[in-house]
Design a protein around this ligand. Sequence first.
Ligand SMILES: *Cc1c(COP(=O)(O)O)cnc(C)c1O
Length: 355
Amino acid sequence: MSWENNIHRVVPYVPGEQPTGEGIIKLNTNENPYPPAPGVEKALRDMADDYAIMRKYPDPEAGMLVRALSDYYNVPDESIFVGVGSDDVLAMSFLTFFDSDKPLLFPDITYSFYEVWADLFRIPHKQIPLRGDFTIDPEAYMQMNGGIVIANPNAPTSLYLDIPAIESIIAANLDSVVIVDEAYIDFGGESALPLIKRYDNLLVVRTFSKSRSMAGARVGMAFGSPRLISYLKDVKFSINSYTMSHDVIRMGAASAALSDKEYFEDVVERIIATRTDAAARLRDMGFKVLDSSTNFLFVTHPDHRAGDIYSALKERRIYVRYFNRPRIDDHLRITIGTPEEMESLYAALKEIFDA
Ligand SMILES: *Cc1c(COP(=O)(O)O)cnc(C)c1O
């Protein structure tokens, strides 16, 4: 088929399974097991009363959400960009900031979407191996590059890199844009956000999907110097000004989630408590568990193959994430669920190991 010679072929990102049905325990895509803040429901109901607003094009700047973020994070409006989940924010950022012949650098084990976007946008890239213990070696990012992207805490390892190390990478690469993807930062560690005032080459990316229980709403944001943000908007508005913001609904819901700090802190605390308990329980069962700063655990077992555990759990309708990739093909990534869901997991594991 000759037209197929003109196709831009890509190997797509493969998200975790989204099974439907009764009695499934889903610990495979790092969703939050608790509902969004109560105010989110009210915002959605209020918006429903005003459905006629759908007739008009929305505010391309998503001003309502930007102002709420500005107040919450104490960052000026000009330093904020919002998108349809952080995946959209990251894709736009790759397209905007990594237009170099020199390679984009990112860890060999990290969010697998980075490689997909680099391939899609034909960005030369080089994967930097994590150390043997899966930690990031900052020194390895002090080499020629056209940009850097690091998830901190990293996924699926769950490990956090401290701010002095992050800053050393940014400071050593003032001629490149450095993206720090903080999808999990609310579950542990300090944010690099304050550094945007000192480094105009730093972009910090965040999401409502994990800590704010709103993966389905698709709300993500980036913080950076006004110049960086204006370049990002230029690219965004050259594709489709409106994608993220048609969502009056999403915007009202996101603002409502931000305004309930108490609920947010309570949910995060609960997940951290369950995580601490889960790490201990799994270690008791012989698992090696990495020190998590996220809402998931990255584990391996000396006596049972990860792929086998994954399949045996799935037969019992418990979904965890297994990556059949070099270096991590004997590990599982287990999202922290409710205490009840975790009890079901331990019981199932015990059954599998005793069989
Ligand atoms: C979940 C995740 C994202 C994407 O989040 P969305 O905002 O839902 O698009 C980005 N980066 C990392 C590292 C993630 O784990």
